[in-house]
Design a protein around this ligand. Structure first.
Ligand code: ADP
Length: 486
C-alpha cells in the first residue's frame, strides 16, 4: 500500500478537540485500492463515552439557545458547504467511489438540507388549545430529546448525515455521530463546516470507530436518549433490540428490494433509461436502487434490449474521469458480496444479458462490477429476494397488472417502488396498492426530495420517517402545559 505525502490525518472530534493518536486505520480509494485517501485514529469505547459526556454537558446551553440562532449556524454551515463543494465532493468520490458530479451534487444537496432545517427553526413548535376549565392557558411545545446518537452508512456519506444531524441540532439536541468506517474524510469535512460556522463545543461530536467497538456505548449509554440509524437490517435490528431494552427512542432506515413495474403501454425508452438509472447509478448502492424489474410479457424483449444497451453503453470507470457514468462498488467486501449474488443467480438459472461480473483490463485492480442485466429470473431466486447493493437489475416477466402488483409486494421490504405506464387509472391503483413508503410513477425508484417524508414500510424501517416535517417528530417530544391563571 502506498501513502502519498499529503494524506490527511483524521481523528475523532470530542468536546471541541481532535482526539489524535492510538490505533490508526487507512481510508482507501475503491477505484485504486492501493491509494490511501486518508489515515485516521480509531476511536475506542472510552472515546465514545467521552463524546456522550461532552454532548450531555453541552445540552443545557444548546437547548436554551433560541431556535432561530441555532438555525443561523446551520445556514452558515450551508454556505461553507457550498463554497467547499468542489473539494468535499472530490474527497467523497475518492473515498466512496460515486462519480465526481454525484459527489459534488450530494454535497450541495446537503447544504440545501441544512438550509431547509434552518428554516424550520422559525416554524411553530407547539399548539394552543382551548381548555375546558375557565382561566386555564393550555398549550403544547415540542422540546428536544437530549443527547442523540446518529449512526450513518457510507453510501450517502454526507447527505444522510445532514438529514439526521441538521434536524437533531435545529430542534435543540446535541449529537454523537458515528459515520461508517469507509468514509471518515467526508465525515470530517462535514463536521468542519459546522464547527467553522460556530457550533459550540460539545454540541456535535464525531466518533471515528468500528460499530463493534463503539456501537454499544452509542446505543445503550444511560445519557443517550435517541438513536437515528441508517444501515443494514441485521445491525439495525440488533441495535434496536438493545436500545429498546434501555427505553431509548430508535429510528431505523434499513434495506430495500425496490421494484419497477413496466406495463405494456409504457414509454419503453423512458422506462429503460429510468430503470437503468435506478439500477446502475452509484453502482446500485442506494437503499432506493431499482433491483427487481417486473415487465409485462409483451414488452419484455423491447425493455430488455433497451436496458442492455444502457448497461453496455454507460461508461464504467474511474469516478473522477469526466465521461464515467458508473464507478466502483465501495469496498472489497462489497465486491465479494455482489459477485457472490451474481454466482448464485447463475446457478439458480438466470441468464446474464449484460455484464455479469467484475471488470477486467484497466479496471481490474479496482472494485468494479459491470452493470448487469439478468433475465429468466424466478421470483423465488435469491437475486430477486435479497438486497444486493450492486449494479444489478433482475428482470422477470408477468402476464397482468394484478400479477405485477402481487409480485412487487412479495418482499419483506417496502422502501420505494415505481411503475411505468400511460394509464392514469393503473398508476393510481398502483400508488394505492403498493406497500411501500415511496411511490414513483414514470421515474426511477431512487431520487428523493428533502422537504417530504422519507422512509419505508415493512422491514425497511422502524416505521418512523425522516426529512420534511416528519423529522421533528423523531427529534423532539411533546410537553403539555396547563397554566391556571389566578
Ligand atoms: P452497510 O451495509 O450500509 O455497511 P451496516 O449496518 O454494516 O450497513 O453499517 C451502517 C452503520 O452502522 C455504519 O456506521 C456501521 O459502522 C455501523 N455499525 C456497524 N455495527 C454496529 C453496531 N454493532 N452498533 C452500532 N453501529 C454499528
Amino acid at each position: 500500500m502506498t501513502t502519498a505525502a499529503a494524506v490527511p490525518d483524521l481523528a475523532s472530534f470530542v468536546d471541541g478537540e481532535w482526539r489524535r493518536g492510538g490505533r490508526q486505520a487507512s481510508d482507501t480509494n475503491p477505484a485504486h485500492p492501493s491509494e490511501v485517501v486518508a489515515q485516521y485514529a480509531l476511536a475506542d469505547a472510552e472515546t465514545a463515552t467521552q463524546a456522550v459526556a461532552a454532548a450531555s454537558a453541552a445540552f443545557a446551553a444548546w437547548r436554551a439557545t433560541p431556535a432561530p440562532a441555532r438555525g443561523e449556524i446551520l445556514r452558515k454551515a450551508a454556505a461553507l458547504l457550498d463554497e467547499r463543494a468542489a473539494d468535499i465532493g472530490r474527497d467523497l468520490t475518492r473515498e466512496e467511489g460515486k462519480t465526481l458530479p454525484e459527489g459534488i451534487r450530494e454535497t450541495q444537496l446537503s447544504a440545501n438540507i441544512l438550509r431547509y432545517f434552518a428554516s424550520q427553526t422559525l416554524d411553530p413548535d407547539g399548539d394552543m388549545y382551548p381548555s375546558s376549565k375557565a382561566n386555564v392557558l393550555l398549550y403544547t411545545r415540542r422540546e428536544p430529546l437530549g443527547v442523540v446518537s446518529v449512526i450513518t452508512p457510507w453510501n450517502f456519506p454526507i447527505c444522510i448525515a445532514a438529514w439526521k444531524i441538521a434536524p437533531a441540532l435545529a430542534f435543540g439536541n446535541t449529537v454523537v455521530w458515528k459515520p461508517a468506517e469507509l468514509v471518515p474524510l467526508t465525515a470530517a469535512n462535514f463536521l468542519k463546516t459546522l464547527v467553522d460556522a460556530g457550533l459550540p463545543q460539545g454540541v456535535l461530536n464525531l466518533v471515528l470507530g468500528k460499530g463493534s467497538e463503539v456501537g454499544d456505548v452509542m446505543t445503550t449509554h444511560p445519557d443517550v436518549v435517541g438513536i437515528s440509524f441508517t444501515g443494514s437490517n441485521a445491525v439495525g435490528r440488533a441495535l434496536q433490540a438493545k436500545a429498546a431494552a434501555k427505553g431509548k427512542r430508535v429510528q431505523l432506515e434499513l434495506g430495500g428490494k425496490n421494484p419497477a413495474i413496466v406495463l405494456a403501454d409504457a414509454d419503453l425508452d423512458l422506462a429503460a433509461e429510468q430503470v437503468a438509472r435506478g439500477a446502475f447509478l452509484a453502482a446500485g448502492q442506494k437503499c432506493t436502487a431499482t433491483s427487481r424489474v417486473i415487465v409485462e410479457r409483451s414488452v419484455l424483449g423491447g425493455l430488455v434490449d433497451r436496458l442492455t444497451a444502457h448497461a453496455n453503453g454507460w461508461k464504467l470507470g474511474d469516478p473522477l474521469a469526466p465521461d464515467t457514468i458508473v464507478g466502483p462498488v465501495v469496498s472489497e467486501q462489497q465486491l465479494g458480496t455482489v459477485l457472490g449474488y451474481l454466482d448464485r443467480a447463475k446457478s439458480d438459472g438466470a441468464r446474464v444479458v449484460a455484464g455479469g461480473g467484475r471488470a477486467d483490463g484497466d479496471l481490474a485492480d479496482g472494485y468494479f462490477v459491470k452493470p448487469t442485466v439478468l433475465s429468466g429470473v424466478k421470483s423465488s431466486d435469491t437475486v430477486f429476494r435479497e438486497e444486493i447493493f450492486g449494479p444489478v437489475a433482475a428482470v422477470i416477466a408477468v402476464d397482468s397488472f394484478d400479477e405485477a402488483i402481487a409480485m412487487a409486494n412479495d418482499t419483506r421490504y417496502g422502501l420505494s417502488a415505481s411503475i411505468f405506464t400511460r394509464d392514469l387509472g393503473r398508476a393510481l391503483r398502483f400508488a394505492d396498492r403498493i406497500r411501500s413508503g415511496i411511490v414513483k410513477v414514470n421515474s426511477e425508484t431512487a431520487g428523493v426530495e428533502y422537504h417530504v417524508p422519507f422512509g419505508g414500510t415493512k422491514e425497511s424501517s422502524s416505521g418512523s420517517r425522516e426529512q420534511g416535517k416528519a423529522a421533528r417528530e423523531f427529534f423532539t417530544e411533546w410537553k403539555t402545559v396547563y397554566i391556571n391563571i389566578p
